[in-house]
Design a protein around this ligand. Sequence first.
Ligand code: MG
Length: 385
Amino acid sequence: MDRRKFIKAGMLGALSAVVSPSLSAFPTASSKDTAGRGVGHAGTKGLAMSFFPYELQLRHAFNLASYSRTTTPDVQVEITIDGVTGYGEASMPPYLGESVESVSRFLANLDLGQFNDPFRIEDIHDYMDSVAPGNNAAKAAVDIALHDLTGKIMGQPWHRIWGLDPSKAPATSFTIGIDKPDVVRVKVAEAAPYKVLKVKMGLDNDKELVEIIRECRPEVPICVDANQGWTDREKALDMCHWLAERGCLFVEQPMAKENIDDAAWLTERSPLPIIADEAVRRLADVASLKGVYDGINIKLMKSGGMHEAYQMATLARALGMKVMLGCMTETSCAVSAAAQLSPLAEYADLDGNLLISNDRFEGVGIVDGRISLSADRPGIGVVRI
Ligand code: MG
């Protein structure tokens, strides 16, 4: 059986399986979702890809130690073969160095039409790496769309294909950005359904933020993300003790990512786990961080997608490191793709879709604060809204 026949046979199998009603609910390349929308279009015989810019509108200004913004640039991607469409997305927070222009340029240079088998994800990554290095968010968009497409062809969500138990998906935290006290109180009230809150730190009111949250939610576990904002390791250690006494779970990227020695010094002494975020992007970064950090924060826009994110989680666990799954401000597309991996993670911070007001998808649910993975939605588990 050649590949095309295999794909068609797989689709027929999926269509005749229990999941067929949900599969048929997905839009195809001929639907209004894709017609006439693509800024770029590559490939006519094999995989057909279209993409277009989509600016994400944030519900609140997003304030970090280093900058503030009200929108996030984003590019939406669709890959279609034999009438089945997979959705992907590139989200580009400015600090990662990609933009709508760079992602569009990279995607326009791809010839996915040379591939007539979407299951060749490893080969397609090799091909993308041969076109240009970097461009991790652009590669993630293609990777996510391929996972969505192949999952739909198989009629299964990726957490099942990976053999993961959805009941092991962790609670997801809800991020409270740096802001004025009255705005923080509103954000904490909005976060009532969430069982874990994440606080962005790195300004001079760090302790005040934690105290306000403790006033509003005395029992809620708090994750702390300093986004490289702390500069003195002794003060960082004092802060870790202070936070540990107030029910914090871990501290993410306390100091500059280049500061390996101080990170290892702090990790050795801190009563709280220290998690790398900015210091880790790809699979090749993971092994060298053993002994420097207690764990890593994996994000699809850094890893180049689900394929390498799964490998990073597996390697980190083999090294005895903790796994955290994070996201950018994204639609439910990329967030639901990351959520497929969540049974491998101790911690999840998958709230990016909740921070925007113009989501294009309905995806992974949150039930009692925990990530709820549906067995009935194949691929990355999203439908267009
Ligand atoms: Mg972070």
